[in-house]
Ligand binder design. Sequence first.
Ligand SMILES: [Zn+2]
Length: 76
Amino acid sequence: MQVVAKRIECPNCGADLNITDTKCRYCKSAVTITSMADIDAFSMPQINKYIGSYNRRLAADATDGQAAMSVGMCFL
Ligand SMILES: [Zn+2]
């Protein structure tokens, strides 16, 4: 049986990451937003970039709970 690791892109720089990564190994940005504190330091364009990235993840996999939660945080 072949194990296919799920790939995601860094919301900030677009790097190819594992779904299990919490921080981008290239630009050190948070991959998944888990609290409002993560967003506090973000600029508006950066938040929009993250929202776009999560929307693409949700379009590819509507059951991606991490992306759904993160995009919800962005809109708060
Ligand atoms: Zn990155």
